[in-house]
Design a protein around this ligand. Structure first.
Ligand code: 5GP
Ligand code: ZN
Length: 115
C-alpha cells in the first residue's frame, strides 16, 4: 500500500466508495465524478502506478479486471447497447490518479476519435 494514494485507501476501505465488484485481487467502484450514466473504476488492490509499470506476473489480475468489466457492464444493462473501456496512462492521456485503473463508461453514446 502507498499511504498517499487515494485508491490504495479505497482498496483498504479507509475511504468510502460504492463498490460493485470485489475479489482478493481487484475492486470496482463508482467514479466520484461520473462522465456517463454508468461510470465505474476497476483497480488492482496492490499499488501499481501506471500501465507502464505492469509486469507479466500481473497478467491474471488484468484478465480478472476485464472479466469483471464484462460482468458489471452486463449487470448495469449496458452490455448490449455498448460501452467504452479506458485506461489513461500518464500526462498526455490525462491520468490524474497514479494507481492504475480501468474506466467502464456506458449509458450514452461516445464519439470517436476521443478528445
Ligand atoms: P484518471 O484521469 O486518472 O484516468 O481518472 C481518475 C478518476 O478517478 C476520475 O474519473 C475521478 O473522478 C476519479 N476519482 C478521483 N478521486 C476519487 C475518489 O476519491 N473516489 C472515487 N470514487 N473516484 C475518484
Ligand atoms: Zn495506490
Amino acid at each position: 500500500m502507498n499511504t498517499d494514494c487515494i485508491f490504495c485507501k479505497i482498496a483498504k476501505k479507509k475511504i468510502d466508495a460504492q463498490v460493485v465488484y470485489e475479489d482478493e485481487d481487484i475492486l470496482a467502484f463508482k467514479d466520484i465524478k461520473p462522465q456517463a450514466p454508468v461510470h465505474y473504476l476497476f483497480i488492482p488492490k496492490k499499488h501499481i502506478e501506471t500501465l507502464n509499470d505492469i509486469r507479466r506476473e500481473d497478467a491474471d489480475m488484468l484478465a480478472k479486471i476485464l472479466l469483471a468489466v464484462r460482468e458489471v457492464a452486463d449487470k448495469e444493462g449496458v452490455a448490449q447497447g455498448g460501452y467504452r473501456v479506458v485506461i489513461n496512462c500518464n500526462r498526455d492521456a490525462g491520468q490524474e490518479v497514479f494507481h492504475v485503473h480501468v474506466h467502464l463508461l456506458g449509458g450514452r453514446g461516445f464519439s470517436w476519435p476521443p478528445g
